[in-house]
Design a protein around this ligand. Structure first.
Ligand code: ZN
Length: 206
């Protein structure tokens, strides 16, 4: 069994979604300067890199990050490869998700991780496709860039459709090294209390 690390590295020069806080990771104590240990300060937005969105991200009364059940974020998942520029109902109609409740979309987005600046031209999920995923019983949706939403959306309809129906959103995956197929997903976001989201270490086993 192989382990695939589908987490993007967190560092100050990584791309972040426009308007989100930049990543700070810097030494506060250093052995080389006579301190008793090396200790870094780490600061970042809750939607940095590979991360989970909680319903509270867009819904004031929604579940907080620490309230999302682990049994949604851990378990069998299907990676599907999509070549389209957006994931719409037509795209979904050509996919076989079987009985899976977790789906990870591998798109050309994964290549965008080679760039240090944010690229708004990423593959997204339309609100209608989000509704179809909900209707099909999907409980976790993953995508390989920083948002499931079309860039520039002012309604955030895809997020709201998924989050208001209890679907966990996993954003910022790097699926370059992973083929389409079935895996065991292990997604463990930091246990930030009352948060709207949190960075996660995510691996696939298969
Ligand atoms: Zn997010």
């Amino acid at each position: 069994m192989q382990i695939y690390d589908v987490t993007v590295p967190v560092h100050p020069r990584m791309p972040v979604y426009p308007g989100d806080p930049p990543v700070v990771l810097e030494p506060r104590a250093q052995l080389s300067k006579g301190d008793p240990a090396n200790v870094c300060y780490c600061g970042m937005g809750t939607h940095t890199g590979t991360h989970v969105d909680a319903p509270f991200h867009f819904i004031e009364t929604g579940r907080k990050l620490h309230e999302i059940p682990l049994n949604i974020m851990v378990g069998r998942a299907r990676v599907v490869e999509v070549t389209a520029r957006k994931i719409d109902v037509d795209t979904l109609s050509r996919l076989d998700l079987g009985e899976h409740i977790r789906v990870l979309f591998k798109t050309r987005n994964s290549q965008l991780w080679q760039q240090e600046t944010f690229n708004p031209d990423y593959v997204f999920i339309t609100p209608e496709a989000a509704a179809k995923l909900v209707a099909d019983g999907i409980k976790l949706v993953g995508i390989d860039y920083l948002s499931v939403e079309e860039y520039g959306s002012t309604t955030f309809a895809t997020h709201i459709e998924l989050l208001s129906n209890g679907v966990v959103i996993l954003e910022g995956l790097d699926l370059r090294a992973v083929d389409a197929g079935d895996y065991e997903l292990i997604c463990l976001p930091l246990k930030l209390m009352d948060s709207d989201g949190a960075p996660a270490r995510v691996i696939l086993r298969g």
